[in-house]
Design a protein around this ligand. Sequence first.
Ligand code: FA5
Length: 332
Amino acid sequence: LEKKAKAEIEEANSSDELERVRVKYLGKKGELTEVLRGMGSLTAEERPLVGKIANEVRGSIETLLQQAKESIKTKELQHKLQAEALDVTMPGKQVAIGKKHPLTKGMDELKNIFIGMGFKVVEGPEVDTVHYNFDALNSPKNHPSRDMSDTFYITEDILLRCHTSTVQIRSMENMKPPIRIISPGRCFRNDTPDATHSPMFHQLEGLVVDKGITLGDLKGTLEVFVKHFFGSHTKIKFRPHHFPFTEPSAEVDASCFKCAGEGCSVCKGSGWIELLGCGMVHPNVLANCGIDPEVYSGFAFGMGIDRLIMNKYEIDDIRLLFENDMRFLNQF
Ligand code: FA5
């Protein structure tokens, strides 16, 4: 029995196999257990003799099992360590690092310039009412921009704002002068997409209201802005224009940062880059918001951010900003 058990123990290759051998010989119904159980039928002389031998065999099998168990455990551990080994010299998986979208980058830059001049950043809703988008801004009832073909209406009274000037009204309603805010955000117009038009684009509105604000303050503020954004040699020029919500109104151009007025591809040969619309806040608009135009005055401006950023980074098609083509985005 002992020899047989020894041979089987030596053959066992795993803890499971070893356990099977243990049960076979030493378990409740094991071969040796059977021998011990059969002792009752032996004579009184045979009993101690057989008992002694059986106990010796049991001890010897137990020792062999213990030894085999330890060596199998070591082998199994080695095997496990080998199987789970890490090769620390293997190159790691490349993690793609995200970047800021050129629009976000440009927007952050614009905000920082105005924050540096003491402006506060405020936001307004993209879905707004005819009141905030047109009426309170002194827009005549028959103004062409109110037309369904220019503005996206949701109902008769609710629309997707077509400019950020809505935030002028909301700010004047909610704040008391002195007011000095900028408001960047999305705008929507029913324009056919081309290289310079997108139905969804971005504007940045600026508004200052206080006692004694003049056109000089507007010019000074815009000059500081363009010098920070395009470079210290940049000049600006005002062209008379009309907006219902400002009087007088103007469009402002900046001298081209690339060719300094000589004419190049960025400014299409003109030497100037169209910058924004602006003017002195119309007295009707101040009054609509409960601010006395006899006491207070203000200026406002609104710029198309997408086109500004296109100029600065020399992007020739606005649609590139919204297509999320990685070949384009990776350049910034
Ligand atoms: C306005 O929207 C006025 N609210 C600006 C303003 C504010 C004037 C405060 C006075 C005082 P305008 O319609 O010109 O103005 O639009 C301003 C800029 O938005 C344009 O110069 C252009 O850069 C940008 N823009 C307009 N439509 C689009 C479009 N479809 N795609 C991209 N940019 C556009």
